[in-house]
Design a protein around this ligand. Structure first.
Ligand SMILES: NC(=O)c1ccc[n+]([C@@H]2O[C@H](COP(=O)([O-])OP(=O)(O)OC[C@H]3O[C@@H](n4cnc5c(N)ncnc54)[C@H](OP(=O)(O)O)[C@@H]3O)[C@@H](O)[C@H]2O)c1
Length: 237
């Protein structure tokens, strides 16, 4: 499918996986609206996207706050002239033992990773329904498929995203909205390198552009076909 002229909203689009997806979609002619809390990252990414010849916009908001989310999504929709594709990518990876992690940190991981996806989807869905078709890509993680030590908050938040995403898929397919649940393994970004999950070696470890090409190709499938869920791994890390 040709994606040219579609409008995509990508949360956490100023760096990491979100930025790589923004660039990959812009290379297909997709207009891109990116969001995050760091305005400098958003501005410089918008400048890069515009150089690729598409319309690009940004909005600064925290996905933890529904009121901010509603305003921010409306702003992107009006700057781009609608939304066809939502990439729920923003997330935090705070790791630590169940006993040592402060209650506030545990709650924040749930708030950003789960409630963030819920709030942004809730605010964006009316725009997709208006178009009578659309795509929602939810970036979960292999960590949501199985719990592990020192990852209880992250794993629980991503397991909840998978479940939310499966329910949405079942509810929305009859409106021609594809809901796609992605469970990537470790990819070299700030999150995984600062979290000491990988050294990010490009010879061995998945890079953001690998993830972005994967998302692009899934979106390009004929609209009659929907990848409901999928994982990606480094071959031999
Ligand atoms: N890297 C991996 O190995 C890996 C593996 C599986 C899944 N994932 C998932 O992939 C997604 C992207 O991760 P990444 O590796 O690209 O991480 P990253 O480099 O740390 O980037 C995180 C992004 O999320 C945004 N963000 C974080 N908290 C936010 C908040 N409260 N409100 C709004 N935006 C917020 C950040 O934007 P600002 O800095 O502008 O706020 C940033 O753009 C996450 O959902 C992550 O859980 C990553």
């Amino acid at each position: 499918m040709n994606l040219k002229g579609k409008n995509a909203l990508i949360t956490g689009g100023g760096r990491g996986l979100g930025k790589a997806v923004a660039v990959a979609l812009a290379n297909e002619g997709v207009n891109v609206g990116i969001t995050g809390r760091n305005e400098e990252h958003l501005k410089s990414t918008v400048a890069e996207l515009e150089k690729l010849g598409v319309k690009a916009a940004y909005s600064v908001f925290d996905v933890e706050e529904m009121a901010q989310v509603e305003q921010g999504v409306a702003s992107i929709a009006s700057q781009l002239g609608g939304i066809d594709i939502l990439i729920n990518n923003a997330g935090v990876g705070d790791f630590g033992s169940f006993e040592d992690m402060p209650v506030e940190t545990w709650e924040k991981v749930m708030k950003v990773n789960l409630f963030g996806v819920y709030y942004v989807t809730k605010a964006t869905l009316p725009y997709l329904k208006q178009n009578k078709e659309g795509d929602i890509v939810n970036v979960a993680s292999t960590a949501g498929l199985k719990g592990g030590p020192n990852m209880s908050a992250y794993c629980a938040s991503k397991a909840a995203v998978i479940s939310l995403s499966q329910s949405l898929m079942a509810e929305l397919r009859k409106f021609n909205i594809r809901v796609i649940t992605l469970t990537p393994s470790t990819i070299a970004t700030d999150m995984s390198i600062e979290g000491k999950l990988t050294d990010g070696n490009p010879e061995k470890v998945l890079q953001p552009e690998d993830f972005a090409e994967w998302v692009r190709d899934i979106l390009k499938m004929n609209r009659r076909a929907m990848i409901a869920s999928a994982s990606i791994f480094s071959t031999n890390p």
